[in-house]
Ligand binder design. Structure first.
Ligand code: AMP
Ligand code: ZN
Length: 500
């Protein structure tokens, strides 16, 4: 095994940096979580698959991981800059429902997707409305030096900190933060850290504060929850690439104000040392937009017969910093690849006592590179180098498949191959210990035939073929095809049928 140092791309410096923990032996990570006003789309879930792979990598490298993901249930406006309405309040008004019920429903839906994608549970889920008193304290602490009050709320003056917007590379060819004009703002990029409820209006969620009754700003929430739970400075802050433009620069400005620090040349001054951003999942026809009727939720993929882990694999096939285009063919290819992997693992497991021996040795920490064959050792080193190189999952997958597909090593090596495969899956998170071929065969919602009926028809067909009654056998094949089932004789993957 290699001791390749873990290199991560820091958006703040726009460069690869060797990970050096703030607290020796530990890794503290904060991930901007969902705003629970609607179901997450699969693009949102790409952000959490990425954060999960990061967390798994840190654990696998031996760091004691503390991962925090927040749940935003107040304060996120329909525009990331200061425009629009509160997403939660808007949805509650449209549905004539309690905002708390909406938050609970969509939080549970998000958690269901988290489990389906085999994303590990973080050490803590922080819910924004649980931290409002701390947010008010934080705002009080920075108000005098860094904020000013307008009729609509308490605003952060971005000119009071140095290097504002460095993360976004604002005003360079790399990008320019969007800004919203509010009358009285001193600088266009100033943002509300406390929003007052307008006179004559009421919100379902509002709290008293020194700046009037109202609600915290979304940027304030993440600064407070990350600092409270992980302590400044912590190691890594993650989010989607859109957050690099406004949300995270604003968090950084607040963190600088709170920590009474200045220039960002000292990386500790930003609250987190490393800021990491996943690129977007894109879809050409606009189905990702939550305002389009049937948008791309994980459940839609399942309804169409795709296992959620095929989507996870699709994410792993691209580097997290590359844009990933979603289309159904691509998802189908990922599912086929996953089936092949699961079949190979099943074949490896099938030797007598092999699985229990591999698990037993792994539990005892006995994966010793010296005991591996040369090709196994090479595949394992390729995997480690790929993952240590800014989480290069596409290359890591290739190394993984090289390992499980190794030919020509005697069956005496199967235990080691399985050990290496499971160890790699600690990072990939494809649940290969328990995932079966049957799990991957999901019946689309629209299918008219049950699995039991398919199996019954197939066994009748098998009997007919054994009796050389090819007319009956063909008739059954045609019958099944009419019900949307394609019979796959001699399928190299070992699938007898699939829903067409
Ligand atoms: P939100 O619930 O809107 O706060 O978004 C949750 C997370 O999803 C954030 O980290 C966003 O940056 C991220 N995100 C939003 N859209 C996409 C997308 N199409 N692809 C990848 N990540 C996304
Ligand atoms: Zn955030």
């Amino acid at each position: 095994m290699t001791d390749a140092p873990l290199k991560l791309f820091n958006s703040l410096t726009r460069s690869l940096e060797v990970f050096e923990p703030v607290h020796p032996g530990e890794a503290r990570v904060y991930t901007c979580g969902p705003t629970v006003y609607n179901y997450p789309h699969i693009g949102n879930m790409r952000a959490y698959v990425f954060a999960d792979v990061l967390g798994r990598t840190l654990s696998w490298k031996g760091y004691k991981l503390t991962h925090v993901i927040n749940i935003t249930d107040v304060g996120h406006l329909t525009d990331d800059a200061d425009a629009g309405e509160d997403k939660m309040e808007k949805m509650a008004a449209e549905r004539a429902q309690s905002i708390w019920d909406i938050a609970e429903h969509y939080k549970q839906a998000y958690w269901a997707d988290v489990r389906a994608l085999n994303i590990r549970q973080p050490a803590q889920w922080t819910v924004a409305t649980d931290y409002v008193p701390q947010m008010i304290e934080f705002a009080k602490g920075i108000a005098d030096k860094h904020c000013y009050e307008l009729e609509s709320g308490l605003y952060f003056d971005v000119s009071t900190v140095s290097d504002y917007g460095r993360l976004a590379r604002a005003n360079t060819e790399e990008g320019e933060g969007r800004i919203e004009a509010v009358e009285g703002k001193r600088n266009a990029a100033d943002f509300a850290i406390w929003r007052k409820t307008p006179p004559g209006e009421s919100r379902q969620m509002e709290w008293d504060s020194p700046w009037g009754r109202g609600a915290p700003g979304w940027h304030l929430e993440c600064s407070v929850m990350s600092g409270e739970v992980l302590g400044f400075p912590f190691d890594i802050h993650t989010g989607g690439i859109d957050h690099r433009e406004i949300h995270h620069p604003n968090e950084i400005a607040q963190n600088q104000a709170h920590c009474c620090t200045n220039g960002l040349d000292d990386p500790r001054n930003s609250g987190a040392r490393i800021w990491m951003h996943n690129n977007f999942l894109v879809e050409r026809s606009g189905k990702m937009s939550k305002s389009s009727g049937e948008f791309l939720r994980l459940q839609l993929l399942v309804d169409k017969g795709y296992h959620p882990l095929a989507y996870r694999l699709m994410c792993l096939q691209a580097h997290y910093r590359s844009e990933l285009e979603f289309n159904w063919e691509g998802l189908g290819a990922a599912l086929t690849r996953l089936k092949r992997i699961v079949t190979q693992i099943r074949n490896l497991k099938s030797g007598e006592g092999v699985l229990s021996e591999a698990l037993d040795l792994l539990a005892k920490g006995k994966l010793n590179p010296a005991t591996l064959s040369n090709p196994q050792r090479a595949a394992f080193a390729d995997f480690e180098n790929a993952i240590a190189d800014d989480l290069n999952t596409p290359a890591a997958l290739v190394a993984f498949e090289k390992l499980i597909g190794l030919k020509g090593i005697s069956s005496g090596w199967t235990v080691e191959t399985l050990m290496c495969a499971f160890k790699m899956d600690d990072v990939l998170g494809l649940n290969l210990l328990s995932l079966t071929r049957a799990d991957l065969r999901i019946r689309p919602k629209v299918a008219t035939i049950t699995e039991a009926e398919i199996e019954a028809a197939l066994s009748r067909r098998k009997e007919a073929r054994a009796a050389k009654d090819f007319a009956t056998s063909d008739a059954i094949r045609v019958e099944l095809a009419a019900a949307g089932v394609e019979v796959m004789d001699g399928d190299p993957l070992g699938w007898e049928w699939k829903l067409a």
